[in-house]
Design a protein around this ligand. Structure first.
Ligand SMILES: Nc1ncnc2c1ncn2[C@@H]1O[C@H](COP(=O)(O)OP(=O)(O)OP(=O)(O)O)[C@@H](O)[C@H]1O
Ligand SMILES: [Mn+2]
Length: 465
């Protein structure tokens, strides 16, 4: 007996079978949609969990407003110069018919001009500094600002989309790579909720931090400059397919959708005239070793600090005594670096402090490098001495070179100098006015702390390294 004859003989009640099948299909649809909702709740929850983890580690800026922020789920994102639309609403993907994608034209002369600038920058990286104190530095900034963009991709390291907010990797004419951080929140303003690690990274901070380090003669952060990129004419023609998936059309605007790990939701930037502002940071063509985890961690980084403060307390100077036992801080130069970091981190309220060393046996092998200042200048109302002054307070020491440099900025001159330096940037004003007041206030506290240290010891000679 064949299969069909068997079925015929089973005397099936067709209406009941059909009804049962229909109900089964409905049940499956219900289960799938419930699962979807649970998944999206879990996604939200996991963002909160991540954030809560950071809160536990103390990696946040404003304890008082925490509950308010969580409750309101604030998402006021309106970059200056941008039409910015919230992530809800109609949004359509970009399709080839929406925008044509002409190939960028390469002009050999232009390519050579920029290539020579990148060669100069590369040649000047040595074991003392990433760039010299010379006027050519401004030429490199200018090139980062103006060089035609030949390729745009999402910065993806080891199959992991780097970081808490999206970063682009640009290839510029002449072959230099650069990291672009797009402006997704208000330019240069403090985080409304006061949490430095919540929300997007800030390109304004990246630019201001670099200018401040340069003023202090701390030349271990790669060049950073502001740039407005035209999504339609500069980015689309050079974008990889992966990058193109981040572009959407919304209310007739061309928009960029960025991820944000510690935000209530991702959002889109729909810049006026298609011009999206951001920071461009020179990609350091060297192998880097990151100092974040034992045995060679940055001693006063957030995680280490909170673990240690919990057990020994802020005032305990024994922490300072044990630092030379942590590799590589037995080396006096690396030990001194820690106080350069402390001064800068305190001035900029830098919650995401970390550092790298060049590890490639090139002539720059061993140089300390500081990357990623997108979360500096996030609050100007307060200073958190317990957090940021600790290295200075506990060790009472500083590199002589930095101390002498700092003395040049007495009587609120540091803020004026930073303002003047930022006037050179194409995106000036970069920071809101209150940040400058904060810098002077913090500068004075640093200098007072060193004064107290000198008084308590045998004068300045005993605290300068
Ligand atoms: N200018 C640069 N030159 C060389 N390598 C870089 C540069 N910028 C970033 N990188 C590499 O990319 C990695 C990730 O960059 P970055 O530290 O800015 O992001 P993140 O801290 O992971 O992200 P987020 O700040 O969003 O959490 C760095 O650890 C470093 O290896
Ligand atoms: Mn970062």
């Amino acid at each position: 007996m064949d299969f069909f004859t068997k079925i015929k003989r089973m005397r099936i009640n067709w209406p009941i079978t059909l009804l049962a099948s229909l109900m089964a299909v409905l049940l499956v649809i219900q289960i799938i949609s419930l699962n979807g909702r649970l998944l999206s709740q879990n996604k939200d929850r996991s963002r909160r969990d991540l954030y809560e983890e950071e809160v536990q580690y103390g990696n946040r800026a404003n304890v008082e407003s925490d509950q308010d922020f969580i409750n309101t789920g604030s998402n006021n994102i309106h970059p200056r110069n941008s039409v910015n639309v919230n992530s809800q609403g109609d949004e359509s993907p970009l399709v080839d018919s929406t925008i044509s994608k002409p190939c960028p034209a390469y002009n050999q002369e232009v390519v050579e001009k920029y290539h020579n600038i990148w060669m100069w920058a590369n040649k000047n990286i040595n074991s003392d500094e990433l760039y010299p104190d010379s006027p050519e530095v401004d030429g490199v900034l200018d090139a980062l600002h103006k060089a035609p963009i030949v390729k745009v991709d999402i910065l993806d390291l080891d199959n992991f989309e780097a970081g808490t907010s999206g970063k682009w990797i640009l290839t510029l004419a002449g072959g230099q790579k650069a990291v672009f951080k797009p402006l997704m929140e208000k330019m240069g303003e403090p985080k409304a909720h006061g949490y430095c690690n919540y929300g997007y990274e800030m390109p304004s901070s990246e630019i201001a931090a670099w200018r401040l380090l340069r003023l202090l003669d701390i030349r271990n952060a790669p060049y950073a400059v502001g740039r407005k990129v035209n999504l339609r004419t500069e980015i689309i023609p050079a974008a990889t397919p992966k990058f193109m998936r981040k572009l959407v059309i919304k209310e007739d605007h061309l928009c960029y959708r960025d991820k944000c790990r510690y935000c209530d939701k991702d959002t889109v930037a729909c810049p006026a005239g298609d011009l999206l502002p951001g920071s461009v940071v020179y990609w350091l063509p060297r192998k880097l070793h990151m100092h974040t985890k034992p045995p060679d961690y940055t001693p006063w980084s957030t995680i280490q600090r909170d673990r240690i403060w919990g057990s020994i307390g802020f005032n305990n100077k024994t922490f300072c005594n044990m630092i030379p036992k942590i590799p590589p801080y037995g080396n006096p130069e690396y030990f001194r670096d820690l106080f350069d970091f402390a001064v800068f981190d305190y001035l900029t309220y830098h919650y995401d402090t970390k550092h790298y060393t060049i590890a490639d046996h090139s002539e720059a092998h061993g140089l300390t490098v500081r990357l990623d200042h997108g979360r500096t200048f996030c609050v100007h109302r307060k200073d958190e001495d317990q957090v940021f002054l600790a290295p200075i307070y506990q060790c009472c020491t500083i590199r002589r070179k930095l101390f002498e440099k700092l003395q040049e900025f007495k009587e609120n001159k540091l803020s004026d100098a930073l303002r003047d330096a930022l006037k050179e940037d194409p995106l000036y004003p970069i920071l809101v006015e209150q940040h400058y007041q904060a810098i002077d206030r913090r500068y004075n506290k640093i200098m007072d702390t060193f004064d107290k240290c000198a008084q308590a010891q045998k004068g300045y000679a005993s605290i300068l390294l």
